[in-house]
Ligand binder design. Sequence first.
Ligand code: NI
Ligand code: MN
Length: 230
Amino acid sequence: MGQLTFHGHACTEIRTADGTRLLIDPWLTDNPLADVGPEGFYDDLDYVLLTHGHFDHTGDAYEILRRSGATLIATFELVSYAQNEEGVENAHPLHIGGGFQFPFGRVQLTPAFHGGQVAGEHGGGYTTFPAGLLMQLDGTSVYHAGDTSLTREFELLRDRVDVALLPIGDNFTMGPSDAVRAVDMIRPGVVIPIHYDTFEVIEQDPEAFREAVGDLAEVVILSPGESYEF
Ligand code: NI
Ligand code: MN
């Protein structure tokens, strides 16, 4: 059985049945919703996965990667930035549509419609296509959408996702009503709303989102620090 723990905003930790520990989009320092700091990942982490280069997703990633020796999984451009400018050693680049069978499971990058800036002191020369993460873990299909608008790309995921983490914050990503349309297109078993309430402009009511989703899927609302087992 795998375990998924939400740490606020888009940061999601996953422990697979074989004990592999993954961390997605670790922005913890200065994240007003984070329930943990980066220190908890320095000594025990296997992979960091990044959906795109914005600070609210990469915030603590490079420090965690340097200290833990974990392997970065991200787009080619983000991996190049991390290795050339941030002192990250271990990395496995992928790109949109491409997947790879890692020892813990398969990871495939999906398209996300969003900004391509790579944040960081020397990030100006880098840009990347933002991604979602489609992961096959212990027989469960877990999809972390990253930051994205509503897009027809979701139709390609229909009936192929068990657990979907979808942004509902609006302003920087799709908002609740478009996220409901995304659920209708993907038809996952479980939806976990993310990327809301961190800033004033993305304050949302997840209970209202649950009601709007209705019978389309089970909505699991995780407060930072709470886990879902799959
Ligand atoms: Ni973003
Ligand atoms: Mn974001």
